[in-house]
Design a protein around this ligand. Sequence first.
Ligand code: ZN
Length: 307
Amino acid sequence: MITDTHCHLVPRCFPATAPNGLMQTLARDAHAAGVQCICAVSETADDMTTLVATYGPKKDHGQAGTAGHPKAARVLVFGGLHPVQLMSADEARAITAENPMRNPRVRPVSWTDWTAAEPLLTNLARTGQLAGSGEIGLDYTPYVLVGHPHGPDAAKSDQLCMLDAHLAIASTHNLPVTVHSRSAGKYALAATDKYPHVRVAMHTFDGAPGKSAVPALAWRDKLWFSIPPSVCQPGSAFRKLVDLVPLSALLVESDAPALAPEVGDEYNIPANAARVVLEIAAIKGVPVEEAEKVLEENTRRWLGVLG
Ligand SMILES: [Zn+2]
């Protein structure tokens, strides 16, 4: 069994040209490829509402299969706010009017986002409707940070406070987390160090694997690194991460619709998590069955299914 530990299984994340019913098709195709479980992450409060309404307890999205429709992968709902948010049309207009050179598409997560999301997140966690928290984390890339009205330092400080608040909720409710870090690997790892009992997956980690990933593993036993399908690309930096990090500390993800296995794919799909298993086995030089078995044990430990 393979688990896609990080996927954006929300229609708005896929191209507008994608066919109707795509989410159901993706869950069925994943199951057919051996990916029997998908961790669906949210980026916004609206995503959380959509995911719980579609995949929450007692919701039927075709997991059991019916005549003419094969079984679909089981979907676990993760709740949280992404450190990068899309700007609303009004925000984009205001930014462009002030400075036409600025990227008006994205901005860092704000306290307004948090105020809207926190009661929902806490309630879903308290009532057992979440399997984990994510996508949360830090994004210190300059084009994101400049979207904060008070500048880059304020953007970093706000992101760090909100990551800490998410980790506190995860700690209280014993939830695993999936953590985004861009140009902020060591800061994201340090933030999670404050919560040594929280089971952390660093998702598509872009820090130096030998300088930050490996030392972090040396003293934390509740830390994993999840690898996306773009590891299949010959020049991918994730190949070095897979090489340096022990198999016992790796997880598999799709990050669909992003990070497809081939350059030029229109969008990525959760079934491609199965290709990550093959690639990890090849890089590590172990049989595919052995890689799949260890990766699934890792996933169960991260999810808290095993002790
Ligand atoms: Zn993601």
